[in-house]
Design a binder for this molecule. Sequence first.
Ligand code: NI
Ligand code: MN
Length: 238
Amino acid sequence: MPDLKGTSITWLGHATVLITTPKGTTILIDPFIEQNPKYPKDYRLPEKIDLLLITHGHMDHIADAVPVAKKHGPIAIGMVELIDWLQSKGVKEGKGIGMNFGGSHQHADVTLTLTEARHSSSITDGDKTLYGGNPAGFVIAIDNGPVLYHAGDTTVFSDMQLIRDLYHPELAMLPIGDHYTMGPKAAALAAKFLGVKTVLPIHFGTFPPLVGTPAQLEKELAGSGVTVIHTDPGKTLS
Ligand code: NI
Ligand code: MN
C-alpha cells in the first residue's frame, strides 16, 4: 500500500468508493448500493457524507444518488446536466454544483476537478432516456494528503498525460472490467500516461461481461513500478 497520509479509501464494489480525508471530510463516489451485487452486505455508510461525486448518468453509477442525497444531505458535484437532473429529483438548491471539464471546486480540505472521460452518459428516468451531459472523471486533491483520480467509466486516452502534468495524481481508481470500459491492457497504459504509483482497480466482476481482473492488470504492469491494489469491497485502505 502507498502512504495515504491519513486519508482512507473504501471500495464498495463496482465504481462506488468512499474516501475520508485526514480532517474528516467524507466523499462518496458513484453510489450503486441496492442493486450492486458486489456491495458489501451489512456495510453502513457514515451518517455524515459531505460530498457526493457523480461521474455520469448510467444507472450503475447514479442508482442510489437521490436516496443518498436525501438521507445524508451531501453537496452533489458533477457535470452540469447531471446535477440539473438530480435537482429536478429533489436535491436541494445549494446542494448541487454542476461543473464542466477543467472546472474545480474547493470544499474544506478537498479540491475537486472534473476531467474528461471517453464513454457516454444518459439517464434512464422512468420510460425516458435523458441526455446526461458528457461523462467525466474526478481529480481529488486533498490538503496535506494524496492526489487521487477516479476515472469514471472510460477507455484510455492520451490526454490522460494532461491530467498527469496538471494534477500529478498518485493513485488512480481505474475501470478494468472491459466491455463497457477499457480492460486491463488499456488500463495499464492509462496508469503509465497518468504517472501514478498505485492503481485501485474498479468496475470489474460486477456482471458477467466485466471479465478483466486485477491479476491481468498486474501482469500488464509487470516491471513498471506501478502497484495494483488487491482488496475486497468494504475493506478500508489507509
Ligand atoms: Ni457507464
Ligand atoms: Mn458503468
